[in-house]
Design a protein around this ligand. Sequence first.
Ligand code: NAP
Length: 247
Amino acid sequence: MSRVAVVTGAGSGMGVAISQHFAARGDRVALLDVNGAAVEEVTQRLRDGGAEAISCQVDVSDRRAVFEAIETVRTELGAVEIIVTSAGIEAFVPFLEISPESWERMMAVNLTGTFNCLQAVVPDMLAGGWGRIVTISSSSAQSGTKNMSHYVASKGGVIALTKALAIEYAPHGITVNTIPPGFIETPMAHRPIEAGLLPSMEELIARTPVGRAGTPDDIAAACAFLCSEEAGYITGQLIGVNGGWYL
Ligand code: NAP
């Protein structure tokens, strides 16, 4: 069955692969990202491949813009049945050097952005009696990691929000799960490696039991399953996609 799926952060990295997986199985896909040019290019590629897809430039921390974008999705594709919230930012700063402004921005995008997007789409899922929500959190919120305490705290909030909503919406046919990725090769992972803020690629791979970096497709495959008809008995779960990292 073709569903209406929203993917945030769809202009880069995991969001691209997640959108591609939904489009490939016949879902109608709305791709949201703050980078309008990037997300339109990805969307055009999906349309060239025969998919029904639209792009919306939106900053997920801007509540009004999120609600307007979701209204556009309803008008053009139909009521929202699936959402994956992949939009996110990271930063590497020792705890004592985190300014209140950068703390607020981290929370605004990673945690409040998730809140905004979910509040905008859940009414559609309640009305339809069916929904699939996957948040993208981070393995760093399971293990802790240094110099990223604002990022880690925001992702810990995403995990807790996911678990709370899973209980609240389980009686309504809506499942809510989170994927806390380990090390996945995307622009977000490459930037700090190149800047020397994370260990080298070789070191990260050496720490990974399966012996390779994760790919956006690894995340997308898990998302596609969690957002399938068959996954209706899985809710409130953290599905680690991390090559076997012990957390
Ligand atoms: P990515 O390649 O940087 O993609 C994230 C996308 O989100 C980018 O297109 C980015 O746009 C967009 N974005 C940023 N702020 C936004 C906002 N306010 N509103 C809307 N879109 C916004 O990163 P990724 O690696 O695919 O990450 C996807 C998710 O996985 C993130 O939530 C990240 O925290 C999480 N994660 C990643 C890893 C990893 O190893 N890659 C590990 C754990 C968790 P700009 O490029 O213009 O900022």
